[in-house]
Write a protein that binds this ligand. Structure first.
Ligand code: COD
Length: 301
């Protein structure tokens, strides 16, 4: 487990230095996060985008003179070229810059030029929440809009494999719903029950899965006790599976804006880790996503 993002960065510092391909890099916070990653020895970058806009910022930030800039002013073409750098092995991590999420994901998903490898791609978010003892993970509040049961299974496999690679060996997983009763009126509860059955059959990488359960039961043993729920993971959950993109996105933003959580985000399940930090993130916030991606990569190869 990681108590905070400082520990994530420390662990990533112990790994091999990687190369990040940045899609549409003309943004101060993006370039500053690359500079922070470079200073900490985590990564170097290939900056794809508008050279005329990138160069003065690179100089002002003091990014290393050997920073590679690939001039491509058109945003979608820049996304495709940044993806190609990863695909052909010039870089190991892809990072979204100032391009909108849907164009960026289309480039990633491009059948010929993208980074698919026959698996579903999904979003994994990490949160450091003030007052909580460890970083928690959510999936999928950023990519798959309304996953069906098979897709939820793949989303869960992606997330558990990634947590395993980061060193979280047997994550405790809560399948979040609005309550614990399985009913066809609430399809997410039926899916959660099916996922637990799959886990019991050994269809997931090392993890402990429980659900359906509401958020209060997942985070509070007292709430579980009051509701008469016998949970082995209540109060210790590492990974939350959200039933759809709205639940995941709203829950994540609630943590950030009301609870002052720090958030980092990745797309996983592709050939290489993909950083999809929020545009609103500071450079230090984006550095957290870079560190997470470094950990997600290094055990993959
Ligand atoms: N994994 C693997 N392949 C996929 C995935 C996935 N998650 N999603 C689509 N594909 C494949 C399909 O099988 C198909 O071959 C091709 O990609 C195109 O599929 P479409 O037509 O469904 O894809 P798009 O381009 O219309 O939409 C894909 C997006 C990921 C762009 C879309 O699902 C989306 O907009 N998701 C939400 C992104 C978002 O706004 N997030 C919130 C803010 S961060």
């Amino acid at each position: 487990m990681f108590r905070n993002f400082e520990e994530v960065i420390e662990k990533a510092k112990g790994r091999k230095r990687l190369i990040i391909s940045v899609a549409v890099a003309q943004d101060w916070d993006i370039l500053e996060s690359v500079k922070l990653a470079e200073d900490k020895g985590l990564a170097k970058a290939i900056l794809v985008g508008n050279r005329l806009e990138i160069l003065p910022m690179v100089e002002e930030l003091g990014l290393s003179r050997d920073s590679v800039i690939v001039d491509e002013p058109d945003m979608y073409s820049a996304a495709l070229r940044a993806v190609a750098m990863v695909r052909n092995g010039e870089a190991q991590i892809l990072m979204k810059g100032m391009v909108n999420s849907s164009d960026f994901l289309k480039a990633v998903l491009d059948e010929e030029a993208g980074l698919r490898r026959g698996r579903l791609l999904s979003h994994l978010a990490a949160f450091e929440i003030p007052g909580q003892e460890k970083i928690i993970f959510h999936t999928d509040g950023g990519m798959n809009i309304a996953p069906d049961l098979e897709q939820k299974k793949e989303i869960l496999v992606n997330a558990v494999l990634t947590l395993n690679k980061m060193g979280i060996e047997k994550p405790k997983v809560a399948l979040l719903t609005a309550n614990e009763k399985v009913t066809s009126k609430m399809p997410a509860t039926v899916d959660a029950q099916s996922l637990v059955q799959m886990w019991e059959k050994g269809l997931f990488p090392p993890c402990v899965v429980e659900g359906p359960m509401a958020l209060d039961v997942a985070v509070s043993p007292e709430a579980a006790h009051h509701k008469g729920i016998n949970s082995k993971i209540s109060g210790q959950v590492d990974l939350f599976l959200l039933p759809n993109i709205e639940a995941g996105n709203i829950c994540g933003k609630t943590l950030v804006y009301y609870a002052r959580a720090k958030m980092a985000g990745l797309i996983i399940g592709a050939a290489n880790p993909i950083i999809m930090a929020s545009r609103a993130d500071s450079a230090h916030g984006k550095l957290n996503s870079i560190a997470l991606a470094c950990l997600a990569y290094n055990r993959e190869k």
